[in-house]
Design a protein around this ligand. Sequence first.
Ligand code: BGC
Length: 387
Amino acid sequence: IICCIKKIFSEKRYSIFFIRMIENLHMVSQKGMEISMKQYQIRSILIGCMLLCLTGCTANSEKKRDVLRVGVVLYTQDDPFINALTDCLKEDLAEYESDSLKVIMTVRDGKNDQKIQNEVVKEMLDAGCEILAVDLVDRTEPSNIIKMAKKENIPVIFFNREPVREDLMQWDKLYYVGCDAEQSGIMQGEIAAEYINSHSEVDKNKDGKIQYVLLEGEAGHQDAISRTEYSVKTLMKNDVMLEKLSYQLADWNRGQAENRMNRLISQYGKKIELVMSNNDEMALGAVEAYRKAGYAREDWPVIFGIDGLEEALEAVKAGEMQGSILNDRVDQAKEMAKMAVELFEGEDFEQESLKEGRYYFSEYQKVDGSNIDEYLNAEETISHSGM
Ligand code: BGC
């Protein structure tokens, strides 16, 4: 109680309020209006309660933390790579929590439909989020989202699906976190060429050419386009003679890739010597198709993916896949969390450290039989571990 009273008198506005209350009581009794002892006691109790409330409020407001609400809107919630990245982001944002900052991250699904995603973004803005993180459904259609965010002055961190440059440059509070897709295509071509050039048994029919199938992510996606182009170019540049059997779009999806591969297996049988996949999920679909087809391991083609998902790394370890390229979700999430907090706090945001003040690109890393143990079950040490 003593503390409360000290508190009250240390705040001018409350001491004035208190004095007025006492004066009122005094005036009432001076005017000769009869106040019974009971009434007097009730009033005193009421005043006491009010004072306690006021001090309580003051104490609370002193403890009150800034609240950062981050609205994360995915293109779909059915993508294992994106979900793994989102989990990392949640952990990273939680690390910024302190006595003065509370972080609330809300994740919503764009359901693979740009119109739905736009509506979800609107709801997030209406609900009062301070920062938006958006993995666009259609990377060529960010204008509605940009317009809405700009109106509310809410920064947007786009990730994974890169908007075209003109869109990103429309407003100075738009950013992008992702990777340089060309690099992943080149690296995938390099590890595949290295493997093929040192394992003559890959060329099963000994015709001096590698009959191959390519599983493509999604039409128009920057990663699918560059990975397809550069993996094949790099194989050829590294003296691998190729014969294309088929390119199949499978939407980054394991089930679709498995179906496509089933068809190709029935069409080409053991003729397929190499499967290049734009991501690990589809590579795992190919693995599943070969498992179910019941082929002996020496009749399987060699299979390469991209992302470094845990299951794919296990497949590399088991010899069902020969390599993957780590798409560093840990690093990307770390950068997104840092950006979100710095943009919110407004002070330390190091815009100069970003490419053109807007872009952050993570480095891909090669994973194959030679270094698989360093990566398997080592998620926390993946990012910037210098491996
Ligand atoms: C990843 C894919 C993912 C896609 C979604 C790519 O960068 O490698 O696994 O499905 O992004 O946009």
